[in-house]
Design a protein around this ligand. Structure first.
Ligand code: NAP
Length: 286
């Protein structure tokens, strides 16, 4: 079997177009465009790349983005004061603080300070709780993006055995909730999991979010499985690689995401969707 490719680039483009149409509907009905504040602290090169992508894609779909680039040695209190200001700003629908923050800062305190209605990253405890309770609200971009990608491909999830490798707050945990909400039977694995290989072998749906290139071996994959590779790892050669041995896994899987061109583009497009949703919820025009 050779797996079909879950083309995140193409699906992200479709999602972007949908968001662009939503923005145009708002402005066409006399409303204002959604506005997103993008906060970048320091000069982490990967963060700079992500932020640049997010800002340029906002522009493409008609979302107004406001850049707040702050020096790496900024005080925690100064960043919290900016968040307070953005929370109070009537025109700002979404606030994104690019992670990771410099080591002297407390990222969770910053996330906790964001108005949950403006939390377009879906990281606020209130929004994580809403996801866990299957209530509407902003959903974390990467897991929501994965769900959109699977829906877009017409993959039926109900009843499937799903295995997630990784239990981080930004990927593994919300991903588990998303798949549970889709009525999968979910197993969450991490560095203390015993016999990981056996768990992966039983997975109808595998989501790898480990951060180690080629960590999941191709022959672990169940025949016909859906393989979602969230990992983004920069190799010494400068190339990007996922957490899954793509060539090996592709021989056994039914569907597989490439890296790059899989989950990554969906994450950015989902941020746009979350920003439009936040604007529609805060300031409906139709
Ligand atoms: P993270 O916070 O470092 O979490 C990694 C997880 O992997 C942890 O839960 C850890 O377990 C688990 N792990 C580590 N070694 C393991 C092992 N030997 N066996 C089983 N589990 C193991 O990473 P993250 O932020 O979730 O990101 C994961 C990857 O996704 C990274 O490559 C990141 O760059 C990528 N990412 C991509 C996107 C995207 O848009 N595509 C978005 C976010 C992240 P413990 O908890 O037990 O330590």
């Amino acid at each position: 079997m050779t797996a079909e490719i879950l083309d995140g680039k193409a699906a992200a483009l479709r999602l972007q177009q949908t968001v662009g149409a939503g923005v145009a509907r708002r402005t066409g009905a006399g409303g204002r465009p959604p506005e997103l504040a993008v906060v970048l602290v320091g000069e982490n090169p990967a963060s700079q790349v992500y932020v640049r992508k997010k800002r340029s894609q906002c522009e493409e779909v008609g979302i107004v983005s406001h850049a707040h680039d702050l020096p790496a040695d900024i005080e925690q209190e100064t960043l919290l004061a900016l968040v307070d200001e953005l929370n109070a700003a009537a025109n700002i629908d979404g606030i994104l603080v690019q992670l990771p923050l410099p080591p002297h800062m407390d990222a969770q305190q910053v996330i906790d300070r964001i108005d949950p209605a403006k939390d377009v990253d879906g990281f606020h405890p209130v929004n994580m709780g809403r996801l866990a309770l299957k209530l509407p609200g902003p959903r974390s971009c990467t897991p929501r993006g994965v769900m959109t990608l699977l829906e877009d491909a017409g993959i039926v999830l109900a009843g499937k055995d799903a295995v997630i490798i990784g239990q981080s707050n930004i990927v593994g945990r919300p991903m588990a909730m998303e798949l549970l909400n889709a009525r999968c039977t979910v197993t969450i694995c991490h560095s203390r999991t015993r016999d990981l290989e056996a768990k992966v072998r039983g997975a109808d749906v595998l989501v790898a979010a480990v951060g180690r290139p080629g960590f999941v071996q191709g022959d672990w994959i169940k025949e016909g499985a859906v393989v979602v590779d969230v990992g983004i790892n920069r190799l010494e050669s400068g190339k990007l690689a996922g957490d899954v041995d793509f060539d090996g896994a592709r021989q056994r899987a039914g569907w597989i995401t490439p890296v790059p061109g899989g989950v990554g583009p969906m994450t950015v497009a989902t941020l746009l969707a979350n920003t439009l949703d936040a604007a529609d919820a805060r300031d409906p025009v139709y």
